[in-house]
Design a protein around this ligand. Structure first.
Ligand code: F6P
Length: 328
């Protein structure tokens, strides 16, 4: 079925991530290629309610594929959680002649899109954009690969000074309540220990492992701690705990924070974003709605958006085993 869609909105929502601009670029250029108009919606649902729109053509997205962040800005929007707010947004979209939209964001953004579609029968397609990689229905979310490389680069630098001073570093990374960044970047950076929410191995095991590292001749160590880790202690408390129970270590802390959200997207994220943007626009023009574009075994798939929202990603048990073996 070919839809009557003539004008597609595109916006970014929730925490930004590298690759969002590449996805915006792909949506805009695919619309141009397909002969439909495209409108940029600034600041996510907040800008939608305010009618903060800008018509976009193929030239509007020059030189952004290599830029982190999002030229359309992003925001978290409470008014959109109300029926009045969503109605106002719908009126704004209709006044602009927008027939459908592509939302680039995380599960919170998809929830809003799903409700909006239910209330106004308005076609929506989601593209998973978050560094957390915590969205069901895709092996990779946009920004995850770039964030991993950012963390590995940072930890490599920390390792230089840790080994110069024979120190133990606790390095906190993002990921909200999942450990995908911590586990993958931890293995990639050669961390001696990785603490993730999915595996609460307890403090005694941590002390044992650090003791073994020292006895095996390791003069410095790096422990990657996911921000959602559940040992019950934050990285500063972990420092104090180790200083108290294992005084052989000179301990320091580094919280990487929002630098993990920035930087030029990796080639992988740029290519994935370009592929997902084409798929999102084609799906709308084929009359599809309420789906999220994902990648599995390097093939693009479509997942019902309500499943993407409700689903949970699984931590890679094989990679956990690899990380344990690598601490030998
Ligand atoms: O969801 C992406 C993310 O960076 C999480 O990893 C992190 O916990 C959160 O956003 C931080 O949110 P904010 O940018 O609102 O501080």
């Amino acid at each position: 079925m070919v839809s009557e869609i003539k004008k597609i909105g595109v916006f970014t929502s929730g925490g930004d991530s590298p690759g969002m601009n590449a996805a915006i670029r792909s949506v805009v250029r695919t619309c141009a290629f397909m002969g439909v108009d495209c409108v940029g919606i600034y600041r996510g649902y907040e800008g939608m309610i305010e009618g903060d729109f800008k018509p976009m053509d193929a030239r509007s997205v020059n030189n952004i594929i290599n830029k982190g962040g999002t030229i359309l800005k992003s925001a978290r929007c409470n008014p959109f959680r109300t029926k009045e707010g969503r109605k106002r947004a719908y009126e704004q979209l209709r006044a602009e002649g927008i027939d459908a939209f592509v939302v680039i964001g995380g599960d919170g953004s998809f929830t809003g899109a799903m409700i909006f579609n239910q209330e106004f029968d308005f076609p929506v397609i989601g593209i998973p954009g978050t560094i957390d990689n915590d969205i069901f229905g895709t092996t990779f979310t946009l920004g995850f690969d770039t964030a991993l490389n950012t963390v590995v680069e940072a930890v490599d630098k920390i390792r230089d000074t840790a080994s110069s001073h024979n120190r133990l570093f606790f390095v906190e990374v993002m990921g909200r309540d999942v450990g995908h960044i911590a586990l993958n970047a931890g293995v990639g950076a050669g961390a001696e220990e990785i603490l993730i929410p999915e595996e609460n191995l307890g403090l005694d095991r941590l002390l044992e492992s650090l003791k073994r590292s020292k006895e095996s001749g390791k003069s410095s160590s790096i422990v990657i701690v996911a921000e959602g880790d559940k040992t019950g202690k934050n990285v500063f408390e972990l420092k104090e705990y180790v200083e108290e129970h294992l005084p052989i270590y000179d301990v320091r802390v580094s919280v990487l924070g929002h630098m993990q959200r920035g930087g030029p997207p990796s080639c992988y994220d740029r290519v994935l974003a370009s592929r997902m943007g084409v798929k999102a626009v084609e799906s709308l023009l084929e009359g599809k709605t309420s789906l999220m574009v994902g990648v599995q075994d390097n093939r693009l798939i479509l997942t019902p958006i309500n499943k993407a929202i409700k689903g949970h990603t699984k931590i890679d048990k094989e990679l956990i085993r690899v990380s344990e073996i690598m601490t030998t």
